[in-house]
Design a protein around this ligand. Structure first.
Ligand code: IVH
Length: 713
């Protein structure tokens, strides 16, 4: 870091200001991704490096610290107040964060500082740093009465009903022991690896987005509105910090022992250490051992053990001076690159995926890692047979971060990105915008065909009970090639698939029957016409009412449809000029699929003539919000234009849309204001209760498909 300081001194003031602005904005975005969305895009280590850089710059130029600097406040997990979620309460004592380091020397410096500042002798209590989400429990007369998330450190969300689903947390303390009549105890809610793997496996089957890591899964689960679903998530809790005005214990280690006797879950792995050497031994002993634990940890927390000394050291605005977290660097593993597969997706995009000599990394055996694209391969100068470092970042699939050149043998061969599709051998085309190569043989290339079936069967389209493995087998066996083939499979063919029994056949057939009721816009989306997303499928279905009208529409007419541009209009014309596609549609129509828009009677005409543009997240799923608008006679816009009536801005509303609306003088309204406009006869409470009764986190797909949700309004 010394080097950085020198660089900062030679940077001119403007450059420093720009750097501070950049880091502030960048870190705030990552904080939001991490705490609010539970979906980080960088690893903790990368995040900590950015934060460290900002801390150092701000220390040199304190007059340039920005009001929204992340160094001045703890990251916030608070639900948007707009959201109908949890009641929020202030923390009696602010819920601080911990200063952290990856460096043993800095830990020794911490020890020196504490020794200098404390008048009394002291010891340390070393604890595992559980990698979950913080929680603050309030017990009054032995009864659990509140459970606040950290929120912004001052105010938290009360997730008591969800906390009560965690078995190890007592609702009533053990009355045989004496505990303070009122106290708070803080800790971590976490998800063991096994539960995490199970959850992601289920989500994969259901085609739901996967959680990047157990921490995000725990934080996301704790914020679910339906406690019954939270219960299924198998959350655990460990408590590590009691706060009370009338605590009789004098040491952290004793307070945890007592908390255990009261019935509270505390860690069995904490240890009192007499001095920094013992602390270092403790850290050493866990560096490897922690990998055998069934739950995630990301470091060791070193706390001054004596409360009196803690008190004399005090806190800064953000962190206590009496504790520090020593964090383990993200785990890396070194392994051999055996080969590279070039995977072809539904759209023809080709992605390089590395096959590795299997290696253990953060509790799982890794055999494959992504190389992103050809540019990344060039940057790494990767050779087949190289030894490569792999890391788990914010994402789910591990990535190759570097090549160990010292281990490169003379046998290695440079990896060559193919010029032809690895499957159908068609010459690849490079799309400069996306830095990706594509196979243009959309109609005949097998993975693209399989991809089309996967898309057709997906939840947002026809919602047919068929997974990727079964689709692959059906294709390999020659049972399916065109979409309509799905409706012609015999029982014998279905039973010939791996693990398919009578029950799977019946489920499949049932979902085929149900697919006949799926509305036209979803069928149109399911056909997989290039560039037709869910929203455009809706606009087209609304405007043209049936497939024949779309097929016969002129390019000019298509271009006059909201959100339809040149590329999409061309793609539609291409699609309908192909005989095979027309045959597919004809047969699917004969099978009973919906190729006409069913006119729905609006529930009211309060929004008639209005075009409402929606942006951001609401307390109800976006899909439901769209249905709500349409059910009250309104139209959902695709972009902010002069004919937009309102911009309905939810949580995380798009900045560019807000700016455009301001420029065009389009009123920007909140979710609450919107309900008042759409349903003036309903008071706020009623609407909220109706919506609240839904399972917001897990929209029931059948309900949406059958439009049952509309009855809620
Ligand atoms: S003590 C004022 N002890 O790590 C001190 N925190 O990165 C409060 N954490 O906010 C924290 N294990 O959510 C403490 N044994 C432990 C911990 C721990 C995990 C979390 C906690 C904290 C975060 C800081």
């Amino acid at each position: 870091m010394v080097n950085l300081k020198v660089i900062y001194f030679i940077m001119d003031k403007k450059a420093v200001r720009e750097k501070i602005e950049f880091l502030t904005k960048e870190i705030n975005t990552h904080n939001k991704n991490y705490y609010v969305d539970n979906s980080p895009t960088i690893s903790d280590y990368e995040f900590d490096l950015l934060l460290q850089e900002l801390i150092e710059l701000e220390a040199l130029y304190p007059d340039m610290i920005l009001p929204d600097s992340p160094t001045q406040k703890v990251g916030s997990d608070l639900s948007n107040s707009n959201k109908l979620s949890f009641k929020q309460y202030p923390h009696k004592y602010p819920m601080l964060s911990l200063s952290n380091t990856y460096n043993i020397n800095e830990l020794k410096e911490f020890d020196e500082r504490v020794k200098k500042l404390s008048a009394q002798p002291f010891s340390y209590n070393c604890e595992l740093k559980f990698d979950g989400t913080g929680i603050n429990l309030l017990y009054k007369n032995g009864v659990l009465v509140r459970a606040l998330t950290r929120g912004d450190g001052n105010i938290g969300d009360d997730v008591l009903r969800n906390i009560k689903t965690i078995q190890s947390i007592p609702i009533q303390l053990n009355a045989n022991y004496s505990f303070p009549s009122e106290f708070e105890i803080r800790g971590e809610v976490y998800m063991p690896y096994e539960a995490f793997d199970k959850l992601n496996a289920e989500r994969e089957i259901n085609e739901e987005p996967l959680f990047a890591n157990p921490r995000n899964a725990a934080a996301g689960s704790l914020k679910m509105l339906d406690s019954n679903l939270v219960k299924q998530r198998e959350l655990h809790c460990v408590l590590y910090h009691i706060i009370s005005d009338s605590l009789k214990e004098e040491k952290q280690s004793d307070s945890l022992k007592d908390a255990k006797s009261w019935g509270l879950p505390v860690s069995e792995f904490s240890k009192e250490c007499r001095d920094i050497n013992e602390v270092l031994e403790y850290i050493d002993s866990w560096e490897l051992k922690r990998k055998e634990l069934p739950f995630p940890t990301d470091g060791i927390v070193v706390k001054v053990n004596q409360f009196a000394v803690q008190k004399s050291l005090g806190t800064t605005a953000k962190t206590p001076r009496w504790a520090v977290a020593y964090k383990f660097k993200p785990e890396q593993a070194l392994t051999k690159l055996l080969s590279i597969d070039y995977q072809v997706g539904r759209t023809g995009a080709v992605t390089p995926v590395a096959n590795l000599e299997p290696v253990q990394l953060s509790g799982t055996m890794v055999k494959r890692a992504t190389l992103h694209n050809s540019d990344q391969m060039e940057l790494l100068d990767i050779h087949i047979g190289d030894y490569v470092y792999i890391e788990k970042g914010g994402e789910i699939i591990p990535k190759i971060t570097s090549v160990e050149l010292k281990k490169r043998s003379t046998e290695v061969k440079p990896a060559q990105f193919p010029t032809e599709c690895p499957i159908c051998k068609t010459k690849l085309i490079r799309d400069e915008d996306q830095a990706k190569y594509f196979c243009p043989n959309n109609l005949k290339c097998p993975p693209q065909i399989e991809g089309r079936f996967i898309h057709f069967c997906s939840r947002k389209a026809l919602n047919i009970n068929l997974g990727e493995v079964a689709i692959h087998q059906m294709f390999e066996k020659g049972y399916i090639n065109k979409l309509e083939d799905l409706y012609n499979l015999s029982d014998l063919q279905l039973l010939s698939l791996d693990k398919w029994k009578e029950k799977s056949v019946n489920n499949y057939k049932l979902s085929l029957e149900k697919s006949k009721q799926v509305p036209f816009n979803k069928v149109l989306y399911g056909l997989g016409i290039k560039f037709i997303g869910e929203t455009t499928a809706k606009s087209l279905a609304n405007k043209y009412l049936n497939i024949k009208n779309i097929a016969e529409a002129t390019k000019e007419d298509l271009l006059a449809t909201e959100d339809v541009g040149e590329a999409l209009a061309n793609s539609i014309k291409d699609y309908f000029s192909n005989r095979d596609n027309l045959d597919t549609i004809k047969i699917l129509e004969e099978k009973g699929l919906q190729f006409k828009t069913k006119q729905q009677k609006p529930l009211s005409n309060e929004l008639e003539g209005m075009t409402i543009m929606i942006t951001g997240n609401y307390s109800i799923p976006r899909e439901t919000m769209k249905q709500y608008i349409e059910a009250h006679g309104g139209k959902v816009g695709n972009s902010v234009t002069s004919s937009t009536t309102y911009l309905l801005a939810g949580d995380k509303a798009g900045e560019s849309k807000i700016k455009k609306a301001e420029k065009l003088n389009i009123p920007i309204i909140s979710e609450e204001e919107f309900y008042r406009i759409a349903s003036p006869e309903n008071n706020k409470e009623n609407i909220h209760n109706n919506i609240y009764n839904q399972d917001i986190n897990d929209t029931k797909k059948d309900d949406i498909d059958n439009n049952k949700e509309l009855t809620l309004f």
